[in-house]
Design a protein. Structure first.
Length: 267
């Protein structure tokens, strides 16, 4: 499987469109997940930008704290089960925080199909106070395990300790816990003792001549003046970040995790 780090704006969408076919051919990915909460102008996502990402070959889109930044997202959350918002929003919130999806590849045969569960959760340290993910996620994992042992968790959180803690708690119960949100790819990918793949942050897919995807001038002005500032998506040095995870079909245990970092040529 391939997990693509936070897609930022049009440059990030272009990176997925241009590089995902090459990555699929190179690694033979059977299933692709992408965090798309910054896909529309660097903040939020719309049905149109989501469709671009799906058309490029992504199977499931996850999100995070910017999920509601575009009003059109309500239509997406209610109409397309391939789009996930954080599970730990209160009951009655539009959309879904998890889903089970059939793998559409040669490995998933008609007589013996393969299913992947994807769960999206959001941390609470330095982020809005949603329901406690450490209480909400385990029963949902148990429910999903009744349908498939292959489970991928996108934990959208700021604090490294919070991400590592959730991964340790879920070790052996899910195939992978992949951190998102900071837009900075970490170098701590590993297989935990129980067979769960983990990385603190998958990184960012978008322009790296920037401050986490935004034009440098606007971000610096914010830090210098503390005044409200309109951010704009940067344009140069566009790359795709993510992780490749290999999982045993029968047990759902991860056997390999590898960082992905590629530059879009001539962007």
């Amino acid at each position: 499987m391939l997990f693509i780090g936070d897609i930022v704006g049009q440059p990030g969408r272009k990176a997925v469109k241009d590089l995902l076919p090459k990555l699929r051919a190179q690694h033979g990915f059977d299933f692709v997940i992408a965090n798309g909460e910054n896909a529309a102008g660097g903040s939020g996502i719309t049905p149109k930008t989501a469709e671009e990402i799906f058309t490029a070959g992504v199977d499931v889109i996850t999100s995070g704290d910017h999920v509601w930044d575009q009003k059109e997202v309500l239509e997406l959350a209610q109409a397309d089960r391939r789009f996930l918002r954080p599970l730990n929003y209160p009951p009655g919130t539009p959309g879904q925080g998890s889903g089970v999806f059939e793998v559409r590849s040669p490995m998933s045969e008609a007589r013996n199909p393969v299913f992947v569960a994807v769960l999206n959760a959001q941390g609470r340290v330095f982020l809005p106070a949603l329901d406690n993910p450490f209480l909400v996620v385990p029963p949902e994992v148990e429910r999903l395990r009744q349908q498939t042992k292959i489970i991928v968790v996108d934990f959208h959180a700021e604090a490294t300790s919070e991400k590592i803690a959730l991964a340790r708690m879920l070790d052996g119960q899910v195939s992978a816990v992949i951190g998102t949100h900071t837009h900075v790819q970490t170098a701590d990918e590993r297989i935990l003792p129980g067979g769960t793949a983990f990385i603190t942050d998958a990184g960012m897919t978008g322009p790296f001549d920037s401050i986490i995807g935004m034009k440098k001038e606007g971000a610096l002005k914010k830090f210098l003046t503390l005044l409200p500032t309109r951010f704009a998506v940067a344009e140069k040095d566009v790359r795709i970040n993510g992780v490749a995870v290999s999982v045993e079909r029968e047990t759902g245990k991860a056997v390999k995790i590898e960082r992905i970092a590629m530059q879009v040529p001539d962007y």
